[in-house]
Write a protein that binds this ligand. Structure first.
Ligand code: DQA
Length: 144
């Protein structure tokens, strides 16, 4: 099972940014936990982070050709307005897609409660912090 984790803008600043919202564990630590968890479950996992919309779209398209079975994506703020990322996710129909958010986007500013990317995904998980990524890996395994 080949899993790709994609993190969007500012997620590389987790551990530095708004600690009251996102916690004080570093991005590297969090992704290390996700990688170890997925490997323990027998998955081949890679993690990609970009602050650029086009780079995220390029990586989703690459996943179509590289045998990726499941994408765990936290599009960051692009969640709320990137129809281009939504279209890219919709394009890769054969790949399972889970949207994850560290914070509880339904109980923050109004603009965060709307996800334009979630309809292109099989499931959305939010408000569970790092655990959300682990649940997403479990979900992909269960769906396959
Ligand atoms: C986030 C929520 C988004 O609203 C925000 O722009 C982020 C992080 C989350 O993981 O909770 O950058 O996706």
């Amino acid at each position: 099972m080949k899993i790709l984790v994609i993190n969007g803008p500012n997620l590389n600043f987790v551990g530095i940014r708004e600690k009251a919202v996102y916690g004080d564990e570093s991005y590297e630590h969090m992704m290390g936990v996700v990688e170890a968890y997925a490997k323990e479950k027998g998955c081949d996992i890679s993690v990609f982070q970009s602050n650029h919309e086009g780079a995220i779209i390029d990586r989703i398209q690459e996943a179509y050709f590289d045998g990726t079975d499941g994408i765990v994506i936290n599009p960051g703020a692009y969640t709320h307005y990137s129809y281009a990322i939504r279209d890219a996710l919709s394009s890769v129909e054969k790949i399972k897609k889970i949207e994850v958010h560290l914070s509880d986007i339904k109980n923050r500013e109004d603009f965060r409660s709307v996800s334009v990317t979630a309809p292109a995904c099989d499931e959305q998980i939010f408000g569970l912090g790092l655990d959300g990524y682990l649940r997403a890996v479990d979900s992909i395994l269960k769906m396959s």
